[in-house]
Design a protein around this ligand. Structure first.
Ligand SMILES: NC(=O)C1=CN([C@@H]2O[C@H](COP(=O)(O)OP(=O)(O)OC[C@H]3O[C@@H](n4cnc5c(N)ncnc54)[C@H](OP(=O)(O)O)[C@@H]3O)[C@@H](O)[C@H]2O)C=CC1
Ligand SMILES: N[C@@H](CC=O)C(=O)O
Ligand code: NA
Length: 433
């Protein structure tokens, strides 16, 4: 029996979904007893050339052609952003249609509203593609790992920034050039500032942490720093220190108190996350029974993302066949408290440009002393036009204290700029921490 699907959006992800659904149609029939058929595809611009040739799939610019079509049982949303995606999904759910979405912006901001609507209308909503592209993360957390108390999640969950940082490290490419490549490869969001400013990773962390820690984590709960200020100089210093720079998303739950951050960090070259390059993502998790787990795979791109979307569609079809749809339970407990500074002190990297004259280093050392932050090492590197560049590694220190020292340094006349302050990831003990 055929099951009609309506697709919202036919860009990087949507065209991958069309291709993969066609390619796997008979196999899916073998697996589920139902044959998926995308009959209508919503786009904004009907004249635009498509990355996939359309056959059975009829293009439309009118959402009613999908929402009002009683034959369409499943709606796949690959438009992105909040509106009109939110309204279209809520209307599809209200019409008794199952929904699969790749939209992290929407799930991070309106997940509870959407899951509650699905439960109310007795339909499924799945969003495996929203975090980590092809890597199974949502369902393992919701299903396979539920026997555990998850205490830590840490990893690389944005393909665009990982591609940019990997390129800068491997080839010395500049930031703008590497970003343009990531866009051309279909990894970046429609507005790539979501990627480079860390918001995309923060939205994904909000989704993961909500599920892993059974909490309602909002974007505002996460301390977010992007990678715009990272330069070739930082990449070169990191290399000299035996490290690479990665945009990390880190969440921890200590007896109901949460710590959540996204930002660039120096990662030792022998750490498992140091070897995750290009559009690959990886996530480490720690559960009280499972111990340490590592998930690795393509985090962005047309077919990797389609793999997760079509996997969700197959889950809907299985449920349809078994008559067990509408199991989308919202498992979050009331809000847990978030600790802005995090739990564990770590070492920090700082790069400053300062006046190249006697006495300046002593003033910098005094600012560190006043803030009770001790320095592990100081490198004075390039001198140019009367200025010197100084790279400092601190001993382990809480985040608040390193912010105080950075503010004190900025107020010194001899300090021209504090370019970059980044945590240094501790050496891996085989797992998350
Ligand atoms: N790209 C990736 O690697 C990944 C993306 N995602 C998520 O998947 C979703 C889609 O991303 P992606 O495919 O890259 O985005 P694209 O920009 O490539 O595609 C978006 C599609 O949605 C259509 N669209 C946009 N606005 C409207 C509207 N108002 N009405 C109707 N159609 C509209 C566009 O139509 P038209 O073509 O006519 O302009 C286009 O076909 C996003 O939520 C993204 O975050 C998730 C994981 C990975
Ligand atoms: N823009 C995102 C796409 C996948 O979620 C990324 O770069 O990871
Ligand atoms: Na995924």
């Amino acid at each position: 029996m055929d099951v009609c699907l309506g697709l919202l959006g036919c860009g990087t992800v949507g065209s991958g979904v069309i291709e993969l659904t066609r390619r796997r149609r008979e196999k899916i029939f073998e697996l589920t007893g139902l044959r998926p058929k995308i009959t209508k595809v919503l786009v904004r611009n009907l004249q635009k050339p498509r990355q996939v040739a359309l056959a059975d799939e009829r293009l439309t610019a009118d959402p009613e052609d999908i929402l009002g079509d009683a034959d369409i049982r499943v709606v796949i949303e690959t438009i992105g952003g909040i509106e009109p995606a939110r309204t279209l999904i809520l209307r599809a759910l209200a019409a008794g249609k199952h929904v699969v979405t790749a939209n992290k912006d929407l799930i991070a901001a309106h997940g509870p509203e959407i899951l509650e609507a699905a439960e109310r209308h007795g339909v499924d909503v799945w969003y495996e593609a929203a975090v980590g592209g092809a890597i199974p993360l949502i369902r393992p957390l919701k299903e396979c790992l539920t026997a555990n108390e998850i205490t830590d999640i840490k990893g690389i969950i944005n393909g665009t920034t990982n591609y940019i940082l990997s390129k800068m490290t491997a080839t010395g490419a500049g930031f703008a050039e590497a970003l343009a490549e990531a866009q051309a490869l279909g990894y970046a969001e429609a507005d790539p500032s979501s990627d480079v400013d860390g918001l995309d990773a923060a939205r994904k962390l909000a989704i993961l942490a909500s599920i892993a820690f059974h909490a309602k984590v909002r974007l505002e709960d996460i301390r977010v720093t992007g990678i715009r200020h990272i330069t070739a100089a930082d990449v070169a210093y990191a290399d000299e220190l035996g490290m690479v720079i990665k945009l990390l998303a880190v969440g921890a739950d200590r007896d109901g108190l949460l710590s959540l951050r996204v930002g660039p960090a120096l990662v030792p070259k022998d750490h498992p996350l140091a070897h995750v390059n290009g559009s690959y993502n990886a996530l480490l998790m720690r559960g009280d029974a499972a111990g340490d787990l590592m998930f690795f795979g393509r985090g962005a791109g047309s077919m990797p993302t389609a793999s997760a979307v079509v996997g969700d569609v197959i889950e809907v079809l299985r449920n349809l066949k078994l008559g067990v749809t509408g199991q989308a339970a919202l498992l979050c407990r009331p809000d847990k408290r978030v600790l802005p500074d995090g739990f564990d002190p770590v070492r920090y990297y700082m790069r400053l440009s300062v006046d190249d004259r006697p006495g300046v280093l002593a003033r910098i050392a005094a600012a560190f002393g006043d803030a009770e932050v001790s320095m592990e090492s100081v490198l004075q590197k390039r001198a140019y036009e009367g200025r010197a560049e100084i790279v400092i590694l601190t001993h382990e220190v809480p985040y608040g204290q390193v912010e105080r020292v950075a503010a004190a340094l900025r107020s010194l006349a001899a300090v021209h700029e504090v370019h970059c302050v980044m945590p240094v990831e501790p050496a891996a003990d085989g797992g998350v921490t």
